[in-house]
Design a protein. Structure first.
Length: 495
């Protein structure tokens, strides 16, 4: 083989993404709340862009561009040829001057300033008070105690090392909380400080392992307190695997006593500080709503959320047309108008694509909407892409992080895409239906003789559902269902 170095000319045709196509994809993928925030940001940054709601005297059809009001926006691929206006697209984006260059022309109107002030006021009014942290909760209790300065300082060190996300356990050794030159006296203070913290609320806090955490919560006045201490200290693993005969043999407790003590143990908290974890629960805003007409057909609709009231500012269009603007002003206005036009068209294309995709999904899953989860049908994104006439990646972006309001509640659009298998008769069955059948079998089993995974395979087979044993095991574990040994009720003897 001969190797050589040199310059060669090679002609080839490539495809790339134009900036406006990238923007279309990004907007298609945005959920409703994110899209609204994007629109508000665009309104703040682009003086050419206005909202119809801000001025009731504006005409009803504020958007003036070719074919925008057609009910069916052209669903073309987002890949564009390299030779078709890509250079112009990039120039429009890269050569845009900053708003500071044209302060006189981008100055916000009084209406926009007032709207911005109202939004800030609403945000401040809706700020939720920060909940009390684990450290604050413990320090408040310390403040009510009469402690020496040395003890209080050591208690602070212990408290500072705790984490609500870790359940409130003390993961560091006490020696690690002391200065390097500390002796026996300092260690005794540290142990006393730890005892003080462990006596505070929540019970079990500052434990060094699960056994200590549970023991700290067992009080003498509790039923089966002595039995619980024995089980916690020596038989947690046997309890986890439901080895009741082994515990009975080692302790001399009856099966009934062990199960009664276990019932009390379930009231203990293995993660005592979990309640202090700051959990952010996002607000779910549906992007799509499902309605049922008089003929019983399900139809989808999208909420506007102000996205259809966008239009190009009449003031700047007139300034551009009447010849009063300078050449520099004209260039700036044209660039901003182009950016506004791209945004309006991208939002409208998102609306059209999301409506078509959602309607196709609803049409396929009508039985699910009417009868419930057991009747969901296997569905792949490629099926919807073929039906709507778009690429499968467009479907993926359209349903990503989107929610739909249905008669069955608010569900993610991706919930409707499920795999499946076939029955003996060749009928497609969704995995969701198999999981429901699996749960039913386990709920109805005899807990003295619970079904093994092999037995579950046979019973599903008897119903015409062909499922491998490893699949049963996988779904059982995902559903949080213990093994047959762990499900067995040892209070009843085998007959």
């Amino acid at each position: 083989m001969r190797l050589s170095f040199g310059q060669h000319l090679q002609q080839k045709q490539v495809q790339t993404l134009a900036p406006r196509m990238i923007q279309s994809m990004e907007i298609l993928q945005m959920p409703a709340i994110e899209l609204q925030e994007h629109i508000e940001q665009a309104l703040a940054e682009n003086p050419m862009l206005e909202l119809n709601e801000s001025d009731p005297t504006l005409p009803e059809d504020p958007v003036e561009h070719q074919d925008l009001d057609k009910p069916d926006v052209d669903q073309k691929e987002l890949i564009v040829d390299n030779d078709k206006n890509n250079t112009d697209d990039f120039e429009r984006l890269l050569n845009q001057p900053s708003p500071e260059t044209y302060e006189d022309y981008s100055k916000p109107s009084s209406n926009r300033i007032a709207e911005s002030g109202e939004r800030q006021h609403d945000q401040m009014a809706n700020i939720v008070d920060r909940p009390e942290s684990l450290q604050e909760h413990l320090r408040h209790q310390l403040g009510e105690m009469d402690l020496t300065p040395e003890m209080l300082k050591m208690c602070e060190r212990v408290i500072s090392s705790l984490s609500a996300e870790d359940g409130g356990y003390l993961r560091l050794a006490l020696a690690d909380l002391l200065p390097p030159a500390s002796g026996q006296e300092e260690m005794e203070i540290a142990e006393s400080a730890l005892a003080v913290i462990q006596a505070l609320d929540p019970p079990g806090v500052a434990a060094r392992d699960l056994t200590e955490c549970l023991l700290l919560q067992i009080k003498d006045e509790m039923p089966y307190a002595d039995e619980m201490r024995t089980l916690v200290q020596s038989h947690l693993d046997n309890l986890h695997h439901n080895r009741m005969p082994a515990i009975q043999k080692a302790t001399g407790f009856s099966i009934e006593t062990i199960q009664s003590a276990l019932l009390q143990m379930k009231k203990l908290n293995p993660k005592p500080a979990a309640e202090f974890i700051e959990r952010f629960v996002p607000t779910i805003t549906p992007d799509v709503f499902v309605d049922r007409d008089e003929q019983g057909k399900y139809t989808v609709r999208l909420e506007d959320n102000g996205s259809r009231g966008l239009y190009i500012s009449q003031y700047y269009r007139e300034r551009l047309q009447n010849g009063q603007a300078t050449a520099e002003e004209k260039d700036y206005i044209k660039r901003k108008v182009t950016a506004a036009q791209w945004l309006i068209e991208s939002i409208e294309q998102r609306r059209s694509t999301l409506t078509k995709v959602s309607q196709a999904i609803v049409d396929h899953q009508t039985q699910f909407l009417e009868l419930g989860p057991e009747f969901i049908e296997p569905l792949k994104m490629q099926q919807i892409a073929d039906k709507v006439g778009v690429h499968v990646t467009t479907v993926s972006r359209a349903v990503d992080d989107k929610w739909i309001q249905t008669p069955r509640g608010i569900l993610p659009l991706r919930r409707f895409f499920v795999g499946g298998t076939q029955t003996d008769e060749g009928e497609d069955v969704a995995w969701d239906k198999i999981r429901i059948k699996l749960q039913e079998l386990i709920d109805q089993e005899d807990k003295v003789r619970p079904y093994s995974d092999d037995e579950l395979v046979k019973r599903l087979k008897a119903q015409g559902l062909n499922v491998a044993r490893r699949t049963i095991t996988k779904y059982r574990q995902r559903m949080g269902i213990p093994s047959s040994r762990q499900r067995r009720d040892w209070s009843k003897k085998l007959s």
